[in-house]
Design a protein around this ligand. Structure first.
Ligand SMILES: NC(=O)c1ccc[n+]([C@@H]2O[C@H](COP(=O)([O-])OP(=O)(O)OC[C@H]3O[C@@H](n4cnc5c(N)ncnc54)[C@H](O)[C@@H]3O)[C@@H](O)[C@H]2O)c1
Length: 447
């Protein structure tokens, strides 16, 4: 564990890498025109002035552009990682050195350091939290419900030093929160359903300009990118099993088919399964897919989707990867109990020996696109993070009036992001004529 001194202003690997991080962040910025427009407005209007904002996001070049935008809006920003493997150390250094942002994130940090960094983000005493997977909000709720045993030790030890009144104000001081991903939104809806949600949350993932593009095209491309960088395998002619045909699964299946693979899809939802079948994929249960797949990729947000019984049925040399939020989709504990290994054969590729066969697990089952590649292309994160910036502004403007529930940003803001993105791409579209407006608004015009 790295020694993050209590009250330290940051914890990054090497400030000497800041120039590299600055150049790469500027490269990403070129593809983020919507966020740029927002940054310019935020600099003028300062909608987040005086607000402390703690963000738990993948520390990438795109996130750096979001953090700078939030700071331009007046926020005092602390940033920790939402995954121990996704941090880009040069970017973390750049944000600290060039923007004074309090970054607590080191690529490959161990479990204890990961939570020590979450502690640091909570100790920033945020008015607004921004999550990708609900780790900050999850910890705040364990504090609110006095379930300290459910906190990870670095957070629990710190909370135990706080007086009851301070613990209370830590939670009650949060005006609202924003959540980036499907898995986080599922957790938050469960909290709202149980009546324990302590403040309103904006589900950025629910915006059309987020999940239709980020989850589908972003995950589709970057998951393929991560697998290619980790393995350099040829996809053409191979059999790829895609578990889950939601937004992420659809995008990945499309890209991997484009690379020439035979794609099998596994699902548990009849509608999604039907859609996959009619999109031209073969839909089979995992037990059947296990016997024929060369590469298995989970994108479900669910737990133990590939279990030991499936791994025992796999072919010699099968490769397993996950691009769902948490590293729970492949039953690694089951594999570790039954197999020998791992042997690291190259970066992000572990070999396991099971029943005399070799199986290869990528990035220890963590998000492959962020562990082995750089996450989504900036152009798609432009829209996701425009949503985040607008959601933070919305929390400041409306948080006090919103119910303690999970909300979307208003539909007109969602459409405005799409309009700005089209404009930046040089795409123009038609507008309704007065006659068409009337026609669409009436019920008495027929054949
Ligand atoms: N890698 C990334 O960068 C990235 C980006 C966005 C979202 N995510 C994460 O990816 C996961 C999926 O997100 P999504 O937006 O596609 O969600 P989604 O809800 O649209 O799709 C998930 C699909 O998985 C299916 N599923 C659930 N359990 C299954 C099982 N046992 N077997 C087969 N299919 C099963 C569901 O029926 C659903 O169709 C989430 O954890 C999300 O947080 C990752």
């Amino acid at each position: 564990m790295s020694a993050t001194a209590r009250g330290a202003a940051y914890d990054v690997r090497d400030l000497g890498r800041a120039d590299e991080g600055r150049r790469r962040t500027e490269w990403a910025e070129r593809s983020m025109p919507v966020l740029r427009i927002l940054r310019e407005r935020f600099s003028r209007e300062r909608p987040l002035a005086g607000r402390r904002l703690s963000a738990c996001l993948h520390v990438t070049t795109e996130t750096a552009n979001l953090a700078v935008t939030l700071k331009a809006g007046g926020a005092d920003v602390a940033l920790c990682a939402s995954n121990p493997l996704s941090t880009q150390d040069d970017v973390a250094a750049h944000l600290v050195r060039d923007h004074g942002i309090k970054v607590f994130a080191i690529k490959g940090e161990d479990h204890a350091t990961y939570y020590e960094h979450i502690r640091a983000a909570l100790a920033h005493r945020p008015d607004i939290t921004m999550d990708d997977g609900a780790d900050l909000v999850g910890a705040l709720h364990m504090i609110a419900l006095n379930r300290l045993d459910d906190l990870e030790p670095p957070v629990r030890r710190w909370v135990e030093t706080l007086a009851a009144v301070d613990r209370k104000s830590l939670v009650s001081g949060v005006l609202g929160s924003t959540e980036e991903t499907t898995t986080g939104v599922i957790r938050l809806r469960a909290m709202a359903k149980d009546g324990v949600l302590q403040f309103p949350v904006i589900a950025v993932n629910d915006s059309d300009t987020k999940h239709l593009f980020d989850n589908r095209y972003g995950t589709g491309q970057s998951t393929l990118d991560g697998i290619m960088r980790a393995t350099n395998l040829l996809l053409a002619g191979s059999t790829v099993v895609v578990a889950g045909y939601g937004w992420c699964g659809r995008g990945f299946a499309l890209r991997v088919r484009g690379a020439g693979a035979n794609v099998l899809v596994t699902e548990i939802d009849p509608l999604k399964a039907l859609e996959a079948q009619m999109d031209g994929y073969r839909v089979v249960p995992m037990a059947e897919a296990a016997r024929v797949g060369d590469l298995f990729v989970t994108l479900t947000g669910n737990v133990n989707v590939i279990r030991l019984e499936h791994m025992r049925a796999m072919k010699e040399g099968a490769v397993l990867a996950n691009s769902g939020h948490f590293n729970v989709e492949i039953d690694l504990a089951g594999l570790k109990g039954a197999a020998t290994g791992p042997t690291a054969v190259r970066e992000f590729v572990d070999e396991w020996r099971l029943d005399g066969k070799r199986l290869f697990v990528l990035a220890d089952g963590r998000l492959i696109n962020l562990a082995a590649a750089e996450g989504h292309p900036a152009s798609v994160m432009d829209m996701s993070f425009a949503n985040q910036a607008l959601a933070a502004e919305f929390v400041v403007q409306r948080g006090a009036m919103l119910a303690k529930d999970v909300h979307r940003i208003p539909a007109e803001l969602d459409r405005e992001i799409a309009r700005l993105k089209l404009q930046a791409m040089g795409v123009t579209i038609d507008t309704l004529t007065p006659e068409q407006q009337k026609y669409l608004a009436s019920w008495d015009l027929g054949t």
